[in-house]
Design a protein around this ligand. Structure first.
Ligand code: HEC
Ligand code: HEC
Ligand code: HEC
Ligand code: HEC
Ligand code: HEC
Ligand code: HEC
Ligand code: HEC
Ligand code: HEC
Length: 377
């Protein structure tokens, strides 16, 4: 008989069924006196079945190993299990994860003006729905979903796709619409088609390895160049090193000539898109310098981090028309263009990317013309 069916007695004994407040009932009955499995098997049979199907149940890693035995503490923590708890048994993965970009995601989001401008429930359900991975509330269940905590699940593109999707980072969509995604859909075989993990996380929890110019937000530039919008800058020697790491991942299936050509084309597309953004920056900055933004930064509600300073690309609300157009151009169209190029999706690159970037730039030029004519006339 499965463990989770051996329960009704435990549930009757705890009186949970009668209580108006199940938490109070649980608190009255010290968890240590009854088995977590008996009680929660009755309360959440699905949760138990999922745990039962995973490697932890097979290796006798039990509820209390992750949650402890103190219900009050669990309620205070809202049932969360931070990465450091997993780290007691998986030290190497936890260290790599917390030092990686995924470990920084919480801090990057919560200090961002877009975050600060939202009501707390939106902060929790939108931004933190994807960024709640850092050390403060560090969670390993982004890819290894509770309670199976499986490696197989984490290797599937869908595990990454919940977060790596949408108009600012459509890696899932681009992958699905690339030849790689098509071969993956047809074979589900990692030896025939690469998945996100083949190229980014094979044998490591450091997702940043192998990346050069294509990175979060607006990407990167080689050190010494002045990017049009905030970007990371990398020493060219490091760029070479990281590119070699990525190319080695392609070697399993391709000749160097093909993979190098594809990545160098993507680099060219990234630099081309950067130049289009630079022109957009010049337009918006020119309007700001000439006092032509309506309203001007000093006339609006203070920006959460920049105050009344001019900060294009930093918000999608409480902006003038040219800045709003610029935000969508830089944050979405620019990102899609180079991210689609690195993931070889012709459709995302052409229509959601470069076509959108260029037509928004045309709109911005036209808007500038109208504003300047209105001022002169
Ligand atoms: C007597 C029955 C009973 C026992 C034994 C029991 N629990 Fe619970 N547990 C509950 C009830 C009831 C709740 C509250 C459910 C709710 O609020 O919907 C709860 C809540 C929880 C939560 C969710 C906390 C939150 O705020 O989201 C966790 C995690 C949990 N229990 C883990 C355990 C662990 C681990 C053990 C064993 C050490 C255990 N429970 C033993 C009945 C029990
Ligand atoms: C390997 C660690 C681990 C083990 C073992 C484990 N849990 Fe969890 N549990 C988690 C994580 C991680 C979460 C997700 C918490 C979060 O949202 O951050 C969670 C969430 C929960 C929740 C709240 C989520 C919900 O959907 O309501 C309950 C209740 C819970 N666990 C009970 C249990 C019980 C009962 C067992 C034993 C059968 C158990 N857990 C075993 C790590 C574990
Ligand atoms: C729970 C959401 C979530 C899941 C699931 C997730 N990621 Fe991420 N990932 C993020 C966030 C958020 C960032 C950006 C963090 C930052 O820059 O602050 C990120 C960044 C990255 C980066 C960029 C690294 C860099 O240095 O710029 C790569 C590559 C990456 N993830 C790969 C993956 C892969 C592969 C998977 C699946 C195995 C995955 N991610 C699953 C949220 C997630
Ligand atoms: C008490 C020690 C312990 C804790 C705490 C623990 N694990 Fe494990 N974990 C194990 C053992 C033992 C195995 C099975 C042997 C192995 O694969 O190393 C395992 C296996 C795994 C696997 C491989 C599963 C597979 O499909 O092969 C993953 C992934 C994993 N754990 C993730 C986690 C996460 C995430 C947490 C925290 C939420 C966690 N573990 C907490 C001991 C633990
Ligand atoms: C971004 C997605 C992602 C997150 C978040 C994540 N993992 Fe993993 N994990 C993976 C992938 C993918 C693999 C399989 C790697 C491979 O195939 O080489 C893996 C493998 C594992 C394994 C199996 C042993 C190994 O290294 O292959 C363990 C244990 C593990 N992870 C624990 C953790 C712990 C603990 C955390 C949190 C500190 C965590 N993982 C967070 C994606 C993730
Ligand atoms: C065939 C290999 C390959 C596959 C499959 C792949 N990527 Fe990438 N990915 C790359 C390359 C190449 C780059 C850019 C490298 C550089 O900057 O030099 C990249 C860049 C990224 C970045 C940084 C921002 C960007 O898009 O440029 C993220 C995040 C990312 N990939 C996530 C994913 C996710 C999630 C999946 C699966 C849905 C995935 N990748 C599938 C090769 C791959
Ligand atoms: C659907 C999941 C998701 C949501 C919702 C989300 N993000 Fe992200 N965010 C990501 C991913 C994935 C990346 C990495 C993109 C890449 O590398 O291509 C990222 C990147 C970032 C970065 C760039 C970090 C850097 O290195 O420059 C910041 C800042 C950020 N997000 C803030 C936010 C804020 C603030 C919110 C809420 C208003 C938010 N995000 C909502 C998934 C999400
Ligand atoms: C696990 C095997 C595998 C790996 C690893 C892999 N690919 Fe592929 N790739 C394929 C398959 C299969 C196709 C489809 C071949 C075809 O039908 O044209 C393909 C197609 C391509 C194409 C399209 C070629 C064309 O003829 O249109 C490009 C470009 C490409 N891959 C680049 C890369 C790059 C760059 C990497 C490494 C970052 C990489 N691939 C890693 C299996 C792989």
């Amino acid at each position: 008989m499965p463990r989770w069916l051996a329960l009704p007695l435990a549930l009757l004994a705890c009186g949970c069924g009668e209580s108006h407040d199940p938490r109070a009932a649980a608190a009255q009955s010290p968890a240590a006196q009854q088995s977590c499995i008996e009680c929660h098997g009755a309360l959440q049979p699905g949760l138990l079945a999922t745990w039962d199907a995973g490697a932890h149940a097979r290796n006798d890693v039990r509820c209390e190993d992750c949650h402890g035995a103190d219900h009050e503490a669990m309620f205070r923590a809202e049932g969360r299990v931070p990465a450091e708890v997993c780290g007691r048994c998986h030290a190497a993965q936890t260290e790599e994860f917390l030092e990686s970009v995924h470990g920084r995601a919480y801090d990057d989001a919560t200090t961002n003006p877009l975050f600060l401008a939202q009501i707390p429930a939106v902060q929790r359900q939108a931004c933190l729905g994807c960024h709640d991975t850092g050390p403060k509330t560090g969670r390993c269940d982004g890819c290894h979903l509770a309670h199976r905590f499986s490696v197989e699940e984490a290797r599937r593109p869908e595990a990454c796709g919940m977060c790596h999707c949408g108009p600012d980072h459509p890696q899932l969509e681009a992958f699905e619409l690339s030849k790689h995604g098509v071969v993956w859909a047809a074979t589900q075989d990692e030896n025939q088609a690469p998945t996100c993990v083949t190229c980014h996380m094979k044998g490591t929890h450091d997702a940043s390895s192998g990346l050069t110019l294509g990175r979060a937000a607006h990407g990167a530039v080689p050190a010494g160049e002045t990017p049009p919008v905030p970007m990371q800058a990398f020493d060219p020697a490091r760029i070479e090193r990281e590119r070699e790491i990525m190319l080695r991942r392609c070697d399993a299936c391709h000749m160097r000539r093909l993979s190098r050509r594809a990545l160098e084309d993507a680099d060219r597309i990234k630099r081309h898109a950067d130049r289009l953004v630079a022109e957009a920056v010049r337009i918006v900055e020119g309007l700001y310098r000439d006092g032509l933004l309506d309203p001007m930064p000093e006339e609006r509600i203070a920006h959460p981090t920049a105050g009344h300073a001019f900060a294009p690309a930093a918000a999608f609300e409480n902006q003038s028309d040219p800045e709003r157009l610029f935000f969508f151009l830089a944050q979405f169209a620019h990102s899609i263009t180079f991210k689609a190029a690195y993931h070889q999706s012709p459709d995302y690159l052409q229509w959601h990317g470069i076509a959108s970037l260029k037509s928004r730039l045309d709109e911005l030029r036209a808007l500038e013309g109208q504003i300047r004519r209105r001022k002169d006339g």
